[in-house]
Design a protein around this ligand. Structure first.
Ligand SMILES: NC(=O)c1ccc[n+]([C@@H]2O[C@H](COP(=O)([O-])OP(=O)(O)OC[C@H]3O[C@@H](n4cnc5c(N)ncnc54)[C@H](O)[C@@H]3O)[C@@H](O)[C@H]2O)c1
Length: 359
């Protein structure tokens, strides 16, 4: 399977996303790390399988690494502060290059630190979860969480390069792999009916980590995201389509106190809810929602709530979503597979009804 090179054109800079088996030891990465002062940010459990190979191939002038604990709790101001202090103690200058090796937690945290340290330094994303490969490592959104909610402090800060090595998925727990697939399916669902059809045919190969199918799924997802980011980096319109299922999903995650669902699982349920709501509004037909449900289920994802939270509370959570304006809930709905619609206001009572129905 050949390596692929995709371009992301953002306001700040244009950069490449390399996708290929053995990217960790690739020439493209070597060229960016050689002779640089590199500080890698990762988890201890990723050091042996991946960090060592990276370091040996890098040819860096100086190489240091910081290990943070796995889990969403590491995406915090206090964790970022500890990294800032460590960088300063190591006398890292503006020429330091940060390297994020891990999932979305590492990527968002490292990006946030890179955006702020010395008013901004270079960073490279080396995503190791499917979710990070197809979503969080591309597009330049970086953030940490507050007690009041997720991703409330952050910046747009683009990496100088993204290096995706699907071989790193070999050690990823299957549940995490499925959660990442939810975002892959989302791309088909919102904008690319042909890709959706391909996923219906090939999801087994992806779950079995067969290189060709995996590469196609990742590369197509990155291409779609890169195209949307190039057209609307700062989410004034089209980029919002990427939130399909997310307003419902966030409500579920929040009600479950961020412990019951993985993000991708909540998004899977959320996409089905968005499809149900679209049906109710006469925008879409049930066949499309059924196809979506079948594919999600086949990929090991939930399509219905596991615990039953009060519909009023779930709807109220949606009102609290930071993407809302003027106290109304704005949802991404669809006209069917591949045809998501720009955000539109939906009455609270209708949202409650959708949460209540078809459990
Ligand atoms: N910036 C964006 O545009 C964007 C988009 C979507 C999600 N996100 C953020 O991404 C985060 C979720 O990312 P995630 O799903 O990657 O979770 P994660 O980073 O927590 O990783 C999931 C788990 O897998 C482990 N892991 C990672 N790679 C592994 C590997 N190769 N082998 C074995 N274990 C591995 C991690 O230690 C962790 O326990 C959330 O904080 C979310 O807000 C950001």
């Amino acid at each position: 399977v050949n390596d692929l090179m995709l371009e992301v054109r953002a306001f700040q800079r244009q950069y490449q996303v390399a996708v290929g088996m053995s990217q960790l030891t690739s020439r493209a990465l070597y060229e960016r790390l050689r002779n640089r002062h590199v500080v890698a940010i990762t988890h201890t459990h990723l050091a042996e399988p991946y960090l060592l190979a990276l370091e040996q191939n890098a040819g860096a002038r100086r190489w240091q690494s910081i290990h943070v604990a796995p889990g969403e709790a590491s995406k915090s101001i206090s964790q970022a502060e500890a990294i800032f202090e460590q960088l300063a103690e190591w006398q890292c200058g503006r020429d330091v290059l940060l390297l994020a090796l891990g999932g979305g937690v590492i990527g968002d945290l490292t990006g946030f630190v890179a955006a702020s340290y010395m008013r901004g330094v270079d960073f490279i994303q080396v995503p190791t979860t499917l979710l990070a490969m197809v979503d969080s490592s591309v597009g330049g959104k970086t953030a940490v969480n507050l007690k009041a909610g997720k991703n409330l402090v952050g910046a747009f800060w683009q990496p100088i390069h993204v290096s995706i090595d699907p071989l790193t998925l070999n050690t990823l727990p299957k549940r995490e792999l499925s959660a990442g697939l939810a975002e892959v399916i989302k791309y088909g669902a919102i904008i690319d009916a042909e890709f959706f059809g391909w996923l219906e045919q090939h999801h087994r190969q992806i779950l079995a980590l067969e290189p060709e199918a995996l590469m196609h799924a990742i590369a197509t997802s990155v291409r779609i995201k890169a195209e949307i980011v190039a057209r609307d980096e700062f989410e004034r319109a089209e980029r919002a389509l990427l939130n399909f299922g997310h307003t419902f999903g966030h409500a579920l995650e929040a009600e479950a106190q961020f412990s019951g669902y993985l993000h991708g699982e909540a998004v899977a349920v959320g996409m089905v809810k968005a499809a149900q709501l679209s049906e109710r509004l006469g925008l879409a037909v049930s066949v499309d929602r059924e196809r979506l449900e079948h594919l999600l289920l086949a990929c090991g994802l939930p399509t219905r709530e596991q615990q039953h939270f009060a519909p009023e509370r779930l709807a109220a959570r949606m009102l609290g979503d930071k993407k809302n304006l003027k106290g109304e809930v704005r949802c991404i709905l669809w006209n069917g597979i591949g045809r998501a619609r720009l955000p539109e206001p939906v009455p609270l009572a209708l949202l409650e009804e959708v949460w209540r129905s078809a459990r």
